[in-house]
Design a protein around this ligand. Sequence first.
Ligand SMILES: Nc1ncnc2c1ncn2[C@@H]1O[C@H](COP(=O)(O)OP(=O)(O)OP(=O)(O)O)[C@@H](O)[C@H]1O
Ligand SMILES: [Mg+2]
Length: 404
Amino acid sequence: MPSLGGLLKKRRTKDSHDFGDSHTDDSGASMQPASHASPQNTGQSNAASIDNIINSNSGNSNDSQSQTQSHGQGQPAQKPERVTKGKYSQEDFQLQRTLGTGSFGRVHLVQSKHNHRFYAMKVLKKAQVVKMKQIEHTNDERRMLNRVRHPFLVTLWGTWQDSRNLYMVMDFVEGGELFSLLRKSQRFPNPVAKFYAAEVTLALEYLHAHQIIYRDLKPENLLLDRHGHLKITDFGFAKDVPDITWTLCGTPDYLAPEVVSSKGYNKSVDWWSLGILIFEMLCGFTPFWDSGSPVKIYENILRGKVKYPPYLHNDAVDLLSQLITSDLTKRLGNLHGGPDDVKNHAWFAEVTWDRLARKDIDAPYIPPIRGGQGDASQYDKYPEETEHYGQEGEDAYGHLFPDF
Ligand SMILES: Nc1ncnc2c1ncn2[C@@H]1O[C@H](COP(=O)(O)OP(=O)(O)OP(=O)(O)O)[C@@H](O)[C@H]1O
Ligand SMILES: [Mg+2]
């Protein structure tokens, strides 16, 4: 059972206004870890539901082509001018509305005063990071994000700090959270879940090949780009793990049993979470959910009994039972065949992986946004931060974040 030293994130709740800082008990574990994935809990999301906009291969017929041709703002086309030199500051960006808040951070839409493109700026309060013992995770977040480059991972463009906060500027991913789309849709049809699961699988394959485990897979961290392809954001728990690690972190209903029971673990945990994600996309709720308390969720995870609803396709059940298994010698993705075992599973039979990697497969849902214009309509509204960014003054913690 999770006890000291770890940190657990909570899930979205009904009302965006509840999304503030995570509440921790003495153990550092979240007191309000998750909300039930019931359709009533959909909040104020503006996302349209999948039912009315499943793409029947119309429009957007060649996504890789449209990506290449699009020179819109925020989503650099084919060859992005990745700015790697120099530091930015608040002065370089015009602050706009909040796009999301999480356990430690707030993410704003911002517009560059130079190229006028839109970006997402994640702001972390240093005092809060220190208080919640997240110094190492935060430095890792920056380091891992800076290292990765993949079509299904968000791109980091620059970071800096002032006396109070850390700042990370990333792509603004315009289509909103997969979470909002899922709650509005209640559950996804088999092919829709398959499309998103396949893109996540490629991203995990890439991360693991670079010895990075992600550790926080959930629909809140999966964003849709303007063409409906996924981008994974939130590298707050991503870590370079060549061998084994022990830290308890993640989000309760997505935790693998080896994390819950405080055993050492590795990339196996991401394959378990992929199973939970696929289950949630297909069913609309997670398999070990309990409305009572996180402890109940952990008990369910350790008991490991999954009830597969009768509407699930046999292939899906077969895949899920091989991902959501506590037996690490049986968990797909974690075996000798690696990610190929997942990709070659019957449920993914019709996926052409190389085309998918080129974004050459139509997304099932195209977010209704005006691309490149800072259209944040797919994101929930949040009360805005009143603190003025870019303050000078005493800085007790700056030295703890040398890379920012
Ligand atoms: N690049 C982005 N473009 C648009 N919105 C984003 C981007 N990155 C993050 N967001 C929004 O901000 C929210 C919070 O960001 P993030 O998950 O990184 O913060 P966090 O504090 O680590 O979150 P949590 O505790 O919920 O896991 C995301 O769920 C998403 O809605
Ligand atoms: Mg998050």
